[in-house]
Write a protein that binds this ligand. Structure first.
Ligand SMILES: C[S@@+](CC[C@H](N)C(=O)[O-])C[C@H]1O[C@@H](n2cnc3c(N)ncnc32)[C@H](O)[C@@H]1O
Length: 190
């Protein structure tokens, strides 16, 4: 059988998360949606904070996690307002899967301004060695605008503090893309 490295952005993201995380790590799913990503993260034994602006999304995610919900904390909030109890530099991974709830109201989509605000706040929460994972959907105009704004924002982060990498499907221009930002463990000059 052929070894499959990845076939889509979800598998690519999940393979990074798995290599980064250990049981007990603090993780935030900032846009939990239908809970597919949350389930993957919960199965890794993480302490998982779920955020979404839609109660229906939180309900659906909690239902999906029913057997894995021991260390799961749902919050009905915009991701630009992280729960207050989360300490600075304590989080191993913050996950954003941008856009709208599949099968739901397409007007309840992530917005560039609040996403950028959230990302600024996220920088404070991630611990050294931890990461921020952002899936963008450039296949529609608002998603493309959001991706452009985020990549421009990420490109100006201090390279001594953050490694920033953007994965795009070169042979499929409308496919989702994956941005990974990893906080460096130490301030090492290149
Ligand atoms: C593409 S879906 C996420 C899919 C999810 N990762 C999954 O595995 O099912 C995007 C979600 O972001 C939520 N959302 C939109 N704006 C938000 C905001 N400002 N803060 C938090 N969640 C938001 C939507 O309600 C929607 O559920």
């Amino acid at each position: 059988m052929q070894f499959r490295l990845f076939s889509n952005h979800i598998e690519l993201a999940h393979s990074y998360w798995k290599s980064l995380l250990q049981a007990g790590d603090i993780v935030i799913d900032a846009t939990c949606g239908n809970g597919h990503d949350s389930l993957y993260l919960a199965k890794l034994g993480t302490k998982l904070y779920l955020l979404d602006i839609q109660q229906a999304a939180l309900d659906q995610t909690m239902k999906r996690l029913s057997e894995q919900a021991e260390q799961v904390y749902p919050y009905l909030t915009c991701h630009s307002r992280f729960p207050e109890g989360i300490e600075k530099a304590s989080v191993s991974l913050i996950v954003y899967n941008l856009g709208y709830l599949p099968g739901g109201d397409k007007t309840l989509t992530t917005q560039t301004d609040t996403t950028l605000l959230s990302l600024e706040n996220a920088l404070q929460l991630v611990k050294p060695g931890g990461a921020i994972s952002i899936t963008c959907y450039p296949g529609h105009p608002e998603g493309k605008r959001e991706e452009d704004a985020i990549t421009q924002w990420a490109a100006q982060l201090n390279p001594f503090e953050w490694n920033c990498c953007h994965h795009r499907w070169l042979n499929s221009s409308k496919a989702p893309s994956l941005l990974l930002l990893q906080r460096r463990s130490a301030f090492v000059r290149l």
